[in-house]
Write a protein of this length. Structure first.
Length: 320
């Protein structure tokens, strides 16, 4: 194989798909080599457009990603797809084709598809997902599409890595509208009502419009796009709105602001995740912390005071 003995980082930067797959596995397995690789190629990232798709199960996110991938390929742009499934115990394999519905693109070297699942710790998954997106970016993918089921906070964290956030709904996704209304779900940049072949589509669009009318009216006006992903209907319009949003955030300076905020969240996220792991280890291994816990259980010491003591002990340890 040509270039096979070149360093992994170089092959990755050259866009070698096998190197990209290997690199993502390293970060997914929390292998130090993976982190070292990201460190090395990080200065070469920031070029890709990162689009995040979230929404309830079965809304058609994967089908939509398949249709958009086809569109982007038609524009001669390379695509990386990262499907993040916090609920599935599987990572890759048989399930992948079904979940991602991109089987048409498996043989196209311009399309790289990867699925990631939780290994228990969601903080870890979000972390690994960003690293994977960075690796795709470094490997020269023009467009990175992230898919995640939008049901809770952890998934929202993952979507935070995107420059443009798309909420995919289908007629009947009433819960999501309630979540938007209640402010549980942040207002996305673009809303898609997929399965527009459904008779209740226009009712759904009206309901969304009513919810959006309650929010801020200045700045970017959130478009609602009707699509029928299985037939590729509405994809051109969606691609147009995505491009408009990218253009808008670039022109307004919000792109760099947004990336700054997202990266800051990421730094804090990684640090917090590691700190938590260290604290958990110290709770397991330190007999004095165990004793503290016993006192909490015996109602002699309240949890907040115990936590303060744990942190103090940790600070002392670090000072030594
Ligand atoms: N009628 C109709 N069905 C659609 C449309 N788009 C997708 N579907 C179907 O809806 C089902 C779910 O589609 P997916 O793309 O897997 O949905 P998803 O949001 O990725 O689902 P999860 O990843 O499981 O959350 C599939 O059977 C699709 O064929 C559409 O425009 N119209
Ligand atoms: Mg899917």
């Amino acid at each position: 194989m040509p270039g096979a003995d070149e360093p992994l980082a170089q092959r990755l930067l050259d866009g070698d798909r096998r190197a990209l797959a290997r690199a993502i596995s390293l970060v997914e397995n929390d292998d130090p080599e993976g982190w070292a690789l990201v460190r090395e190629v990080y200065p070469r990232t920031g070029r890709a457009s990162v689009l995040g798709f979230t929404g309830p199960p079965g809304a058609g996110k994967s089908t939509l990603l398949g249709a958009l991938t086809k569109y982007e390929r038609g524009q001669d742009r390379t695509v990386g797809v990262l499907s993040i499934d916090p609920t599935s115990p599987f990572t890759q394999g048989a399930l992948l084709g079904d979940r991602i519905r991109l089987t048409d693109h498996f043989l196209d070297p311009g399309v790289f598809i990867r699925s990631m699942a939780s290994r228990g710790a969601l903080g870890g998954l979000s972390e690994a997902a960003l690293q994977a997106a960075l690796l795709m970016d470094a490997a020269g993918r023009d467009v990175i599409l992230l898919e995640t089921v939008g049901v809770g906070q952890a998934e929202v964290d993952i979507i935070d890595h995107a420059d443009t956030v798309v909420l995919v709904l289908m007629p009947g996704s009433g819960d999501s509208i309630q979540a938007l209304k209640a402010g549980v779900m942040e207002i996305p940049d673009v809303i898609v009502v997929n399965k527009a072949d459904h008779p209740l589509t226009d009712t759904m669009v009206r309901e969304i419009r009513n919810v959006l009318a309650l929010g801020p009216q200045e700045g970017w006006k959130v478009p609602i796009v009707k699509t029928e992903a299985v037939r590729g209907e509405g994809i051109d319009e969606l691609a147009g709105k995505l491009a408009e949003h990218q253009e808008y955030i670039r022109a307004e300076g919000t792109l760099s602001e947004r990336r700054r905020r997202n990266l800051m969240n990421e730094v804090i996220g990684i640090a917090a995740y590691r700190m938590r792991r260290e604290l958990e280890a110290s709770v397991r291994e330190d007999p004095e912390v165990q004793e503290l816990l016993d006192r909490v259980v015996a109602r002699e010491l309240d949890p907040a005071s115990a936590a303060a003591t744990v942190l103090e002990r940790r600070a002392e340890e670090l000072a030594r």
